[in-house]
Design a binder for this molecule. Structure first.
Ligand SMILES: Cc1cc2nc3c(=O)[nH]c(=O)nc-3n(C[C@H](O)[C@H](O)[C@H](O)COP(=O)(O)OP(=O)(O)OC[C@H]3O[C@@H](n4cnc5c(N)ncnc54)[C@H](O)[C@@H]3O)c2cc1C
Length: 416
C-alpha cells in the first residue's frame, strides 16, 4: 500500500501533522500502535488538557527551556493563537485559567481528541490504529511489526518521547532514527518530582513561594515562583517540577551527589520589610517563645526546620533574641535550604528531555537535514517545556509545520 504522506504516532503532534498534510491535499495515512489515538493526550492536564497558553511568542519560547528557540519559525507558522482558533472553528472553545493556561470549556481532554479525529476523518486521513511500526529501513518505506511494508514520499515521525511508556511513548523510534544517521541527545526526565532527604514534611504544601537552585559554587541555575508540595520522596508541585530538569542536569554536569535549593517563603517582602513585621509581633507578644511567634507566619511544621537552620533555640523570647539572630532568622525565611539529590525517573516524568538533535532538523519545515523526505514532530525531538500548556503547543505547532511541508515535499514535481 502507498500514501503520499505517512505519519507515525497519533498524539497531538501526529494528529495535527495528519490534518495539515491532508489540508494541503496529500493522501495521508496515520499509523498508531495503540487501539485508540491520543492515549497520553487523554491524561493531560489531569484529564482536562491544558493544550496551550495565551502568552506572547517570546514568553512561550522562554517557557520551553529545552531548545525553545528552535521553535520561532514553527510558532510563526502555527502559533498558540492558531491552536485556539482551530478549536474554536471546530466548535470547541477554550477558556483561560491562571498563568495563561488554556483548557477546553468542557474540561475534557477527550473532547480535544474527538475534534482532532473528526477533522482528520473529514479530510480523508486514513487512521490505522493497532498498527505498530517496527522500522523505517530506508527513505520512503515503513515496516509494520505485522511485516507489512508501506511506502510514501514523505514520512513524519511523531512517536513522542519515552516517559509514561504505558501510553505508547516507548521510544523505539530513537533506534530507527539513529540507524538513519540521526543523533539522539541524551534523554532525561523533565517536569518530574525532585528527591530530597527532607521527607518529614510530607503532605505540607506552600503557596506562591520562590524557589532557587544553586550549583556548588553558589551560582544560580534557575529560579521559579509558585506552589510546592512536600511528598514521601521529596518535592512536587508546579514550581518544583520546573526546577527538576535543571537539577538533573546540574547534578550530572558537575558530578554531584546533591545540591541545595533555597525557598524564599516571603518573595513579596524584602529582608527589612519582613524583619519589621515579625519583630513587631515578637515585641508585642514578648513573653511568647519564638517558635510560637513564627507559627503565625509560616506553617507550624516548618518552624523547627527554620529555627534549626537559623541556629536559634526554639523557646527563647523577644528580650533574648540578639540582633544577629534576627538577621539569621530573616535570612533563613528568605532562603530556607532544602538538600536535593536527584529526580524521579524518566518513566514518571511529564516530559522527556533530549531526543532527536534539533541541529539536524530544518526549523522552517521540520524536515530532516540528513534524510530528505523524513520529517520529525513533537516530543521525539529534543524539545521540552515547562508545564502550563507549552509541550502540547510545541507538539501541535511542529506537527502542523511537518504536515504542511511533508505534503509539499510529496507533491513536488521532482518526486512525481
Ligand atoms: C500525565 C501527563 C500530563 C500532561 N499534561 C500536559 C498538559 O496539560 N499540557 C501540556 O502541554 N503537556 C502535557 N503533558 C505533556 C504532553 O502530553 C506531551 O508533551 C505530548 O503528548 C507530546 O505529544 P507527541 O504527539 O509528540 O507525543 P505523544 O503524545 O507521546 O504521542 C506519540 C504517539 O505515538 C505512538 N507511537 C509510539 N511509537 C509508535 C510506533 N512504533 N508505531 C506506531 N505508533 C507509535 C504512541 O502510541 C503515541 O500515541 C503531559 C504529559 C503527561 C505524561
Amino acid at each position: 500500500m502507498s500514501a503520499e504522506v505517512i505519519v507515525i504516532g497519533a498524539g497531538p503532534a501526529g494528529l495535527m501533522a495528519a490534518i495539515s498534510s491532508a489540508q494541503k491535499g496529500a493522501k495521508t495515512l496515520l499509523l498508531e500502535k495503540n487501539e485508540v489515538v491520543g492515549r497520553k493526550l487523554r491524561l493531560t492536564g489531569g484529564g482536562r488538557c491544558n493544550l496551550t497558553n495565551s502568552a506572547d511568542l517570546q514568553t512561550i519560547i522562554n517557557n520551553i527551556p529545552g531548545n525553545g528557540r528552535f521553535l520561532y519559525s514553527a510558532l510563526s507558522q502555527f502559533s498558540n493563537k492558531d491552536i485556539i482558533n482551530f478549536f474554536e472553528k471546530e466548535n470547541l472553545p477554550l477558556k483561560e485559567e491562571d498563568n495563561g493556561r488554556m483548557f477546553p470549556v468542557t474540561d475534557k481532554a477527550a473532547d480535544i481528541i474527538e475534534v482532532l479525529i473528526k477533522k482528520a476523518r473529514q479530510l480523508d486521513v486514513d487512521i490505522r490504529t493497532e498498527s505498530p511500526v517496527r522500522n523505517i529501513p530506508a527513505l520512503g518505506s515503513v515496516i509494520l511489526t505485522s511485516g507489512e511494508t508501506l511506502r510514501a514520499k514523505s514520512i513524519i515521525v511523531a512517536t513522542g518521547g519515552n516517559s509514561f511508556p504505558h501510553t505508547g511513548s516507548t521510544g523505539e523510534a530513537y533506534g530507527w532514527l539513529t540507524h538513519l544517521g540521526h543523533t539522539i541527545t541524551e534523554l532525561y526526565p523533565a517536569e518530574v518530582g525532585v528527591l530530597s532527604t527532607t521527607t518529614d514534611l510530607q503532605g505540607l504544601s506552600l503557596q506562591n513561594i520562590s524557589i532557587e537552585v544553586f550549583d556548588q559554587k553558589h551560582k544560580r541555575i534557575t529560579k521559579h515562583q509558585g506552589d510546592i508540595l512536600f511528598t514521601h520522596y521529596g518535592l512536587s508541585g508546579p514550581a518544583a517540577l520546573r526546577c527538576s530538569s535543571h537539577i538533573h542536569q546540574a547534578l550530572k554536569k558537575h558530578n554531584l551527589q546533591s545540591l541545595d535549593l533555597t525557598l524564599d517563603l516571603f518573595p513579596g517582602k524584602n529582608h527589612e520589610e519582613l524583619r519589621k513585621v515579625i519583630f513587631a509581633k515578637a515585641k508585642k507578644d514578648h513573653n511568647k517563645a519564638i517558635k510560637t511567634i513564627l507559627s503565625s507566619f509560616v506553617p507550624k511544621r516548618l518552624v523547627s526546620l527554620i529555627l534549626t537552620q537559623a541556629q536559634i533555640p526554639s523557646d527563647i523570647t523577644f528580650p533574648q533574641i540578639s540582633k544577629k539572630s534576627w538577621d539569621d532568622l530573616i535570612s533563613t525565611l528568605k532562603s530556607l535550604k532544602i538538600p536535593v539529590s536527584g529526580t524521579r525517573p524518566l518513566k514518571e516524568a511529564f516530559v522527556t528531555g533530549g531526543g532527536v538533535s534539533t541541529k539536524e532538523v530544518d526549523p522552517k519545515t521540520m524536515q530532516s537535514k540528513i534524510v530528505p523526505g523524513l520529517f520529525l514532530a513533537g516530543e521525539v525531538l529534543d524539545i521540552s517545556g515547562y508545564t502550563g500548556g507549552f509541550n502540547i503547543t510545541a507538539a501541535m505547532s511542529t506537527g502542523y509545520v511537518a504536515g504542511t511541508h511533508a505534503a509539499i515535499h510529496a507533491n513536488s514535481p521532482l518526486l512525481r
